[in-house]
Design a protein around this ligand. Structure first.
Ligand code: ARG
Ligand code: ZN
Length: 858
């Protein structure tokens, strides 16, 4: 059935206090619940209490202390008649965590027990109103074998514990903060912890602990430092203080997503906790800091104020992503972080927004909410809130968020509540702005520049594209930071913010005798695509001279994108090709030679626009042609700059491992120069990469060497691949990299490699990280995935069909790459479509995969 946002109705009952008793076992866990139920005065009265369940049968049901037999199953749910105003309901269920391969609810992972309840996993543990607007105070008792489960954790504080005669022990946890069931968590296992302390701004001493398997303890230092930084930053930036005496983080190797913000007991994919120089790249360190921050920040944006229903998911996710992005910007390089975030948005969210799965950041309907944990809800959601911040300015925005936190603390709120609070707190008029919540699709802004005497006139047009279910669109407010450069002085007179509100609107700037060079959407102030006629020389100028580093990056990208798109449209004469390449080379050389640039920024400027972003620029694209053009340009640039690139690589060599920005910049240079040289001078690059690999004292350098080698047909390839495997055998996260690098490589036989790797003894469909490391990487490999005979599509479809019965949530995440068929050239489109149809025809398809496949076939 389809669930609709407009159908929201409050739950007829309140459950102020609930108690759960867990008798733990890997194969058999028994759960006894005690639910204090009273009528909800704000909802129409109901004669029954419906409790969600998923695959459960009650072993016993009591009302007010008496066993009853009048309960019925309404589908998966338990229905109990309740005549009065207030009752005590008790239910016993039993589950087998070891059989839970979906990794939702309570499941076993490497001999430990853990939970994932967002969005609707709690109903796989026990019967409960498993919806985010039912808030309860939880008491959790658990008992289990002491040798098997020496550590027993749940939300809140441990209030009592003890031992039994039979070798078991128990603990009682109490969480004083009312919460919905999706924030429930429980962990039992043989774990060790790194402990630390944090004193909050008002003097609360908080015990911090990061729990991992023995042997992983040395790899938790960075996560702990990140956590303390996040706690401090949230106090300083948003005035948010932690509210319990304890904060636990547990790392689990079988996990569907990145991490989960359960109250006082965050549960993480090991990928976002464990790091040391030998096993983690600079990118891994940054991701850990970001995700630790993200989950911690949810304590206010998500837990203290939660969501009324799942259509409001972006209320907590969009806001929390913005908060983690701002945190990472403050901890490292602001422009580099901004560029990375925009790159993710453009290469993942833009395609989502222009394809069959497009949805507004606040969706209107769904079948399976797990399918809406998307780049749109998360990343575009963050961009939408960032626009409000840009329009209000930092200080006024803070007044808005202060008001939001004060007004809705303890509530299950809506996106509308958030916008209203920002409106009231900042004084902005956000009436038209609300369209960003309801309309899907990436607006396209067409810019025309005219000169009228000494006045520059910018004529802006916006088009919000048609998306599934939304044929007619209204213009939205688009805040654009702009600067007008005087070509003579190479300076501008100060940045301005203009807000485009209409379908067509002009902005006049008097006092320019000569046409200025315009830098627009600086800092990516709006999540839109810009189309404009700008001279190549002007882009070269902006790429070299713009004082906004993001705008510099943007000009560089524009230069390359417009050239490649013209080439792909067949609009490029031989002469244009020569001129276009010359302009790109000029800008590229300036980037390589600019001694004022730090290397982290230089590395960003060197990265060519992604395959998916290029495909976005074309109505119908041929993946192989995009790949060929993009690689062709890369090869040509590398050949033109071979000596420069080699010198950059050498400058970066040597010195012991450090993690400061300068050292990270040098590693980024080594990675980028190898990528180019592998294209332009493969034999030389192979030697350099092999030498780099063997000399390396850290994972970043090893990985970048391996990436360069994996795409080449050279003897060093096999040798280094084997060395890597031998060195890291048994280290799951490092072996994930080994799979992913091969699956994503530009090697002409990458498809065969992936086929062979699927039979590797270390491959398993049961571990989401491993599945993603092989097949997500493969689906992102433009030439292998899009093999002309459809073999790549077949492999992904086979993977989906094999994975669906094991882990539907993860299986459904492989559908979107096939869903791009409408925008792909006709022969491949037919092959992609045929695979979607083959999946759709499979019996017993999960709700998750069914929804994604049917939307993709549209
Ligand atoms: N709330 C978590 C996070 O962003 C994500 C959990 C999603 N889990 C899921 N099964 N869909 O931070
Ligand atoms: Zn989140």
């Amino acid at each position: 059935p389809v669930i609709r946002r407009e159908d929201y109705a409050p739950f007829p009952w309140l459950l102020p206090r609930v108690t759960f008793d867990f008798s733990l076992g890997l194969e058999k866990t028994r759960i006894s619940s005690r639910l204090e139920v009273v009528r909800n005065p704000d909802a129409p009265a109901s004669p029954v209490l419906d409790l969600h369940g998923d695959g459960l049968m009650p072993l016993e049901v009591k009302v007010d202390g008496e066993v009853i037999n009048s309960w019925v199953m309404a589908g998966d749910n338990l229905r109990i008649s309740l005549p009065g105003e207030a009752h005590l309901v008790e239910v016993v269920t039993e589950i087998d965590p070891s059989a839970n391969s979906q990794l939702m609810g309570l499941y076993a992972s490497n001999g430990m027990l853990c939970t994932q309840c967002e969005a609707e996993g709690f109903r796989r543990i026990t019967f409960f109103p498993d919806r985010p607007d039912v808030l309860s105070t939880y008491t959790v008792r658990m008992r289990g074998d002491k040798a098997q489960f020496p550590v027993l954790l749940a939300n809140g504080n441990c209030v009592a514990s003890g031992e039994n005669q039979d070798g078991s022990h128990w603990a009682e946890w109490h969480d004083p903060w009312p919460k919905p069931s999706y924030l429930f968590a429980l962990v039992a296992g043989d774990l060790v912890s790194r402990k630390d302390r944090f004193t909050t701004m008002n003097g609360r001493d908080v015990d911090l602990a990061i729990w991992v398997r023995e042997g992983d303890l040395d790899r938790t230092g960075h996560a702990m430092e990140s956590l303390k930084k996040a706690m401090k930053w949230d106090e300083e930036t948003f005035g948010r203080e932690y509210d319990l005496d304890l904060f636990n983080v547990v790392a689990v190797s079988d996990f569907n997503m990145g991490a989960m913000e359960n109250k006082g007991l965050n549960i993480f994919n090991t990928k976002y906790v464990l790091a040391e120089a030998d096993t983690a790249t600079d990118g891994d360190y940054e991701a850990i800091e970001g995700v630790i921050g993200h989950e911690y920040f949810h304590n206010w944006s998500g837990n203290r104020i939660t969501c009324r229903d799942w259509f409001q998911l972006s209320l907590k996710e969009g806001f929390t992503v913005l908060r983690d992005q701002l945190f990472s910007q403050d901890m490292g390089s602001e422009p580099v972080k901004r560029i990375e975030d925009v790159r993710v948005l453009r290469s993942i969210q833009f395609p989502e927004d222009s394809g069959p799965l497009a949805h507004p950041i606040r969706p209107d309907s769904y079948r399976e909410i797990s399918n809406f944990y998307t780049a749109t809800v998360y990343n575009k959601g963050a961009e939408v809130i960032r626009m409000m911040r840009t329009m209000a300015g930092e200080e006024r925005f803070r007044k808005g968020t202060d008001l939001y936190f004060a007004r809705h603390d303890g509530e299950a709120a809506t996106c509308e509540d958030f916008v209203k609070a920002i409106e009231d707190g900042t004084g902005l008029d956000l009436r038209q702005f609300r369209l960003w919540y309801s309309q899907a699709g990436t607006p396209k802004i067409i810019v025309r520049q005219e000169q009228d005497g000494d006045t520059v006139r910018l004529r802006l047009t916006q088009k919000v594209p048609t998306t599934p279910g939304q044929p007619d669109k209204q213009p939205m407010p688009v805040p654009l930071r702009i600067a007008l450069f005087d070509p003579a002085t190479e300076e501008h007179r100060g940045e301005e913010l203009i807000v485009l509100r209409d379908t067509e609107q002009s902005f006049d700037f008097p006092g320019y005798d000569e046409a200025p060079i315009i830098s627009i959407n600086r800092g990516f102030s709006a999540p839109v695509s810009i189309e404009r006629d700008i001279a190549r020389e002007d882009l070269v100028f902006l790429a070299a001279k713009d004082d906004d580093p993001f705008a510099r990056y943007e000009a560089m990208q524009d230069l390359v994108v417009s050239h490649l798109v013209e080439a792909l449209r067949g609009e490029l004469s031989a002469e244009d090709r020569t001129k276009g390449r010359a302009a790109i080379l000029q800008a590229f050389t300036a980037v390589l030679e600019d001694s004022a640039l730090d290397d982290l920024m230089r590395g960003e400027l060197m990265i060519l626009p992604s395959q998916t972003y290029l495909a976005e620029q074309l109505d119908i694209s041929d993946p192989q042609a995009i790949h060929r053009e993009r690689e062709g340009l890369k090869t040509w640039l590398a050949q033109q700059c071979e000596a420069l690139l080699e010198a950059l690589h050498d400058r970066a060599a040597g010195g012991p491992y450090r993690r400061d920005a300068a050292a990270r910049g040098l590693r980024k240079m080594r990675a980028q120069t190898l990528i180019y040289l592998a294209a332009g001078a493969p034999e030389k690059a192979a030697k350099m990469a092999a030498a780099q690999y063997h000399a390396a004292d850290n994972m970043t350098d090893r990985q970048s060497a391996l990436i360069a080698l994996a795409g080449l047909d050279v003897p060093e390839r096999e040798e280094v691949l084997q060395a890597f495997y031998k060195r890291y055998q048994g280290n799951a996260l490092a072996i994930d990299k080994w799979f992913a690098i091969q699956a994503q490589s530009l090697h002409p036989r990458a498809l065969d490699h992936v086929k062979a790797l699927a039979d590797h003894p270390d491959f398993t469909l049961k571990n989401p990280n491993r599945v993603r490391s092989l097949y997500m990487a493969f689906a992102a490999n433009p030439q292998a995935f899009h093999a002309a005979d459809g073999e790549g599509y077949r492999m992904i479809a086979d993977c989906i069909l094999a994975l669906d019965p094991i882990n539907p949530q993860t299986a459904a995440r492989f559908v979107p790459p096939l869903g791009r068929w409408r925008r792909t050239e006709p022969e491949r489109a037919a092959l992609m479509r045929a695979e979607l149809e083959r999946i759709a025809a499979a019996p017993q398809l999960s709700r998750d995969t069914f929804e994604q496949v049917s939307r993709s076939l549209g």
